[in-house]
Design a binder for this molecule. Sequence first.
Ligand code: NAD
Ligand code: ZN
Length: 413
Amino acid sequence: HILFHYQLDKNHFSSLISHHQANKTKDQVLSLLIMSTAGHFIRCLAAVAWEAGKPLVMEEVEVAPPQKHEVRIKVHFTSLCHTDVCFWEAKGQTPLFPRILGHEAGGVVESVGEGVTDLQSGDHVLTIFTGECGNCRHCHSEESNMCDLLRINTDRGGMIHDGESRFSSNGKPIHHFLGTSTFSEFTVVHSGQVAKINPEAPLDKVCILSCGLSTGLGATLNVAKPKRGQSVAVYGLGAVGLAAAEGARISGAGRIIGVDLNPNRFEEAKKFGVTDFVNPREHDKPVQQVIIEMTDGGVDRSVECTGSVQAMIQAFECVHEGWGVAVLVGVPRQDDAFRTHPMNFLNERTLKGSFFGNYKPKTDIPGVVEKYMNKELDLDKFITHTVPFSKINEAFDYMSKGECIRCIIDMGA
Ligand code: NAD
Ligand code: ZN
C-alpha cells in the first residue's frame, strides 16, 4: 500500500506551501495536500502507552484509512483529563495495552469513510468520548444523550465496525481508547463521535469542551438550571466542578459556594466566581448543616463533582426544601450506596444525575463552542499549562501533582 510519512512529508509540504504562497493561503495548500492522503495509510507520531503507569513512548505508527462511518482526523490540540490518567494507571480498570490514550481534542478532518455524509475533509471538529448515532431511542429522545450504539465504552480497544484497530506499530495492532485516541498526529473516530464546529474557533482553547468542561457546565446549565440570583453549592473544585461554577456564573447565580477538602483549590476557585468556601475538615458539624445555616435553610441548587458518595449525600441534603435541586456528576466507586432519609424527598427536594452535562455530542457541542465565541463562556482561565507533543509525559506529571486544571498538548509544536 501507499504510505504517507507525515513527519518526513511535513518539510516537503512546507516548501510547497511557500512556493504556492503567491496565490493560495497556507490552509488551502495544506488541505489540498491532506486530501491526497485519502484512502492511504499514514505514518505519523503517536504517544503509545505500552504498560500501566510507565511513561508514554513517542513512536511512529501507521494509521489505516477510515472505514464505514468513520473519519480520519489530523489532531491539532489535545488536552489531558483524569480519565486518561485513570486508564493509564489501570488501577481498578481492565488493563488494555499497548494503547493510544487521549479523548479531548480539536482537529481537522483529513478524510471520511463510506457512508459519512455530514462531515468532509477540512471540517474543524472536536472528538467526543461518547457518541450520537442519531437513530436509537436515546438519540430520538429530546431528553437523553445516552446513545445505545456509541455510549462510552472504556473496555473496547477496536472500532465498532469490525472490532479491529486502525493503529499499528511494526505490524502489531495498538488498542484505541474511548473510540478517540487523540494522543496521535492522526486518529480514526466513528463519525457519531465527531462534533463539527465553527472553523473560526481556536482549537487550542475549545478542545477542552470535548469532555470535562462540558460535563460540569451542562450539569449546571441543563440540569440544575439555577435562576438568576439563586445560590449554588459546588462540591469538588477540580476541572469539572469549576466548569459547574462557570455555569452558575453564566446563569447569574447570586452566591456560589465551593466545597472541597483541599484548601489549595479555594484560591483558584475565586477566578471562577466562587464567592464562599467550605472545607468539610474545618467543621465539627456535617457539611449539609453548615450550608443550611449559611443560606437560611439550604442552597437552591447543588452540583456534586467529586466522585465521593459522602459528598453526593451532602450535596442532596443541603438543598432547600420545597424547590432545591441536587445534581450528581461524580463517578462513584463500584460498591458505594447512597443513603438518605426518604423524608428528604417528601419535603420536595429533587435529586438528579447527569452524564456529559446532558449534551448530545453532535447536536449540542457546536452551540457550546458558540458560547465561547460570543464571550458568554470563558475557557481561557481553565488552561493552566501547555506542552509540545514531544513532552506529553510532563502533562501527566502536572495532573498527578494536582498542579493543573487543563494542560493543552500542542501537536504542531
Ligand atoms: P478532580 O479530582 O480534579 O476534582 C475532584 C475534587 O473533589 C478535588 O479537588 C477533591 O479535593 C474534591 N473532593 C474529593 N472528595 C471530596 C469530598 N468528600 N468533599 C468535598 N470535596 C471533595 O476531578 P474532576 O476531573 O474535576 O472530576 C470530578 C468528578 O467528575 C470525577 O468523579 C469524574 O470521574 C467525574 N466525571 C463525570 C462525568 C460525567 O459525565 N458524569 C464526566 C467526566 C468526569
Ligand atoms: Zn444513538
